[in-house]
Each structure stands twice: as structure tokens, then as C-alpha cells.
Write a protein that binds this ligand. Sequence first.
Ligand code: NAD
Ligand code: UDP
Length: 338
Amino acid sequence: MVTGGCGYIGSHTVVALIENGFEVLILDDLSNSNKEVLDRIKTITGTRPKLLEVDLKNSFLCDNMFCYNKNIEAVIHFAAHKAVSESVEKPLMYYHNNLYALINVLVAMEKYNINNFIFSSSATVYGNPEILPITEQNKTQRPFSPYGNTKKVAEEIIADITNSNKDFTAISLRYFNPIGAHDSGQLGELPNGIPNNLMPYITQTAVGVRETLSVFGNDYPTKDGTPIRDYIHVIDLAEAHVIAVQRLLENKQETSFETFNLGTGNGYSVLEIINTFQKVINQKINYTITERRPGDVPILYSDIAFAKEKLGWVAKRNLENMISTAWKWEQNYRQEQN
Ligand code: NAD
Ligand code: UDP
């Protein structure tokens, strides 16, 4: 079962799961996605996964999904709202959606005796880290946004459950900055309204949907003054989910709740991303330096050793590939709309 499977990371993961022989059931309320994604998954894999349209905040409906769908072996839980700035304006909406959906899924899993759980977490749980690169042993800190805090609280809830129920096993995957798209140009990131994230803002500026990209501050203590992040290809991320599910299904986990960073270990500044983008697509984009965005930390990049050692997973795709696939998706999507 893949909650939020019609979304950006979920849809790429569904493709990877199908390609690895899994039968997938998607639960999604389509609050930030579209049913069309099922046809796109079919075009890529030959299989149209089943979607049950449901708001997981609703405990009765959530229970029904499990009650009428026996034989679920594992749940990958992507369903959440994810816009950082919106969460600052509407914290309750974020705590309500992200935590109710999580708790309802966990309650149903306990009731129907499903014991394998993968959770979508984020590097945001490290706050502004004192030690770089970030290992899983870095202390977590209260994240700067209510969105980020839903991830930290969620991990604490999951830890409590794995401590109390010896049969329940979980893996939390802490993503760094997922970008890129499927090679086919059929799947990619499609934010609602004005993008919050850097890469969709860049591709939408290059395609002419946005006029100018704002670079949020160039006075950070980094090589060119702009913040550094660890960008990771969404397909690499999707593949890590397949490995994590297999690990739980084959009882290979070493503790009942494991946490892994998913990044490449490479940090790129905002200006490096823009420059590489311009090179890859051979086109200039309009950008301007503006004020810092509240809550942004200067530098985040992952130590990749633990995921490599325990999962046997390393990200394979480079920045050029992340950019060219994101650009291909943006162009394809805009052409389809015309
Ligand atoms: P997305 O918005 O594209 O996908 C989330 C999906 O969940 C959407 O299809 C949405 O309709 C669905 N959903 C939301 N609330 C729901 C509810 N109450 N019931 C049922 N479905 C619901 O986001 P994404 O980028 O694919 O992110 C997936 C997960 O990864 C999220 O949990 C997100 O917080 C986490 N994450 C994302 C990033 C990132 O940069 N994209 C980074 C770190 C962690
Ligand atoms: N950023 C930017 N302009 C934008 C969006 C993002 O300069 O329109 C910067 C942001 O300040 C951060 C980096 O790009 O340093 C990555 O931001 P994003 O929102 O994509 O991910 P985050 O690291 O905040 O989760």
C-alpha cells in the first residue's frame, strides 16, 4: 500500500515497485495530485495501479481501506502536505493532516496486523546542524517550520510504537532535496500554484511560466554566499524505497526502527544549480538576488555511509541528469497543455 502514491515521489516509487514485481494499491485524496498519473504509470510500466481516493484524516474511511483490502504486506506512507511556508501560515492544517493521516494509518495497521512501515521523513529534522556531513547520529532539533515538526513528531510516534509492539518494524527515510523526473518525461514534479522549491521554480522560469527566479540571499557563509543543499534524483530515491521494503519483508532490519539519510553526499549552492541548469539546457534564465527566506539554513548535505553499508544503496544519478530530466518533464507537460 502506497499512501500519497499519486504525488511526486510516490508516483516514481510506484513505478519502481511495479518494475520490481510488487502489486501496488495507492491511497490518495488527490489534494496535491491528479488521477492522470495512473495513465502515465501505465505508459511506463504497462500496469495501471489501483487507486482508492480517500482522505486519510478520516479514521473511519482509513479503517475501511484496510478492512476491505486484505493481504497488504507493507505500507509506504508518503501522504502529507509539504509546503513549508504554508505550514507557517496554517500550522493547524499541517498538524491535522500530517499527524491524523499518520495515526489513522498506524491504528489500522495495528488492528489488521500489518507490521512493515516505511515513512517519508526529511533532512529538516536536523534543523541547522552543527556537524557536516550529516550522519544519522546527528542530533535532531526542533525544525523551523510546523511542516518540519510534523516529521520530527511523526518519527517519535513511530519510535514509541516500535518500542511497544515487538512485531512492528519501521524504516524512516530522511530525504535531502529530491529533484529530477522520470527519463520518459511522463512523470515529474507538478506543484500546485507558485512553486516553493528551487528546481520547479527554475524549470517554470525557463519555460516562461514565471518571469524571474528569486535567489533567497547571497550573504550566507558559503563559497558564493548562497545556501548549499544535497540534491538527489527522485528515481534514486524511489529505488531506495524498494530496497527498504524488501529489507522489512525479508526481516533484514537490525533494529525495529531504522533511520536512513537519503542524499548523494554532494552539496551544491543555489548559484551552482542555476549555472549548471543554464549549461545543460543551453539557455539563460532570469534571476535576481533577494532577501533571505526565513527558516533557511546555510548548509545541509548528507553522509551517505550508513545507507550504503546497511541498505547497499547509493545514489547513481548526477546533477546534470537530475536537471535534464526535470527540464524534459517540464517541456513535455507544457506541450501537453497546449
Ligand atoms: P506530493 O504533494 O507530490 O505527494 C503527497 C501526496 O499525498 C499527494 O498526492 C497528496 O494528494 C497526498 N495526500 C496529502 N494528504 C493526504 C491525505 N490526508 N489523505 C490522502 N492523501 C493525501 O509530495 P512529495 O514531494 O511526493 O512528498 C512525498 C512525501 O515526502 C511527503 O510526506 C513529504 O513531506 C516528504 N518529503 C518530500 C520532500 C520534497 O522535497 N518533495 C522532501 C522531504 C520529505
Ligand atoms: N531557493 C531560492 N529560490 C526559490 C526557491 C528556493 O533561492 O525560489 C533556495 C532556498 O533558499 C534554498 C534552496 O534554494 O537554499 C533549496 O530550497 P528548496 O525550497 O528547494 O528546498 P529546502 O532545502 O528549503 O527544503
